[in-house]
Design a protein around this ligand. Sequence first.
Ligand code: HEM
Length: 450
Amino acid sequence: MNTLSSDQKAIPRPRAWPLVGHLPNLAQGGLDCVTRYRGQLGDLFELDAGTQTVVLLNHPRHAQHVLVDRAHNYVKQGSFWSSVRSLIGLGLPTIEGDVWRTRRRMMNPQFRRARIHELGQQMAKTLDEQLELWPADGSEVDIAKLVSRATMAVIVRTMFGTGMSASEADQVTGALAFSLDHMLQKVVTDVLPSWVPIPGRQAHERAVAQIDDVLFRLIEQRRKEPSDGGDLLNLMLQMRDDSNGGLSDQELRDEAMSLFLAGYETTASSVSWGIGRMAHQPELRAYVSDEVHRVLGSRQPTPDDVPALEATTRFFNEALRLHGPVFFLPRVAVENDVIDGHPIPAGSMVSLMIDQIHRHPSAWDAPDVFDPDRFLPERSDGRPPTSWIPFGAGHRQCIGKSFATMEGVLLLAMVVQRFRFEPSRDGLPAEQLGITRRPKGGVTLKLSRP
Ligand code: HEM
């Protein structure tokens, strides 16, 4: 029990069940349950997630504090990050300190604007090929599945060039989807010793081994037969740190896995929610398609078109605000800290609740309304930068932000250009919350050609 100094306030906490704490409420109520608690207790409160207590931070100023101003005090430790490490090992998202600094410096050039522009050419070509395969006979399709396949094809092409076959890509995608679903459960069960039988543990290990088979084969093949292609694996093979050392096979595997994990389902789910929104609200579709027809007509977009697709970019940003895949960011405090007058002792687990921050009334008018024009410059003045953080903030901000934005905008533009779509069911899908947020049961629509 921590004693409070005279100027500190105890952290509020809702009533909990014995042993399991607030888990049943969270499992049943999802993010609505967090919204309810915030209404009752304010922007900062703690929950008991079974094996650990987590301080939930729901205000944009909390993101500024944890991710930017005092970022050195908040590290990626705890069961969430050890669960992520069990899949991607020590890749850019999970490493810290000097090792992270050196690696990020090595990788930054691959994600700079000029380089993304080059990758954008391959992106547009791959998306074009994928969209050609979409069924458009008016039957019901799950657009989330089609979009995921398209963004997977993009990450495979830009990462591995032509090195990965379609069946290997399917093997990796299937295994990765399984592991993602298993990972949130791992957050709770990882505190148990490895000999405790946990359902799915072995299947998770098998899935990781399947992905490893493909990745190590590709790495070995590239070492034997260097290619002059500009894909990311090739560039990672050429990277040198300050002492002129390159990455080991294991390091390359971990980085490749990180880019896979971070790089396709995230973009896919935000684009899929966006398409679902357009299907249900024709005025939103008109918002994007009027611009697409004016800027592109029926010609295929290129990376050079993206700056002119301003309304489409605002639409994508709004989809990320309300439906962004990363809805929480957990950290552990290294030293004692104080947030809003509440003590945060060293070792505390805190979690930035991105979904709450993205709807915080101090930054957003009518926060639940999908309104892309809120990103017009004249309506953005004075909004704190950490009120919109789908890509995180501070030095650990997403390295793939420009890549994802280019892909999201190109994909949305190409879809409205080529297809008519109408909803096949009432309302938007529910949210499936795991390590990321996805549309539960997909986004079902009827697709046809205009
Ligand atoms: C809409 C799509 C995406 C979203 C919403 C997203 C979101 C995020 C967020 C929130 C973080 C910060 C995590 C933290 O601070 O704990 C992050 C980090 C990262 N993302 Fe993304 N991401 C997206 C697409 C991509 C793509 C396309 C790539 C690569 C091709 C990528 C690669 C990474 C990497 C490597 C990191 C770790 C960066 C570091 O710690 O230095 N992401 N992403």
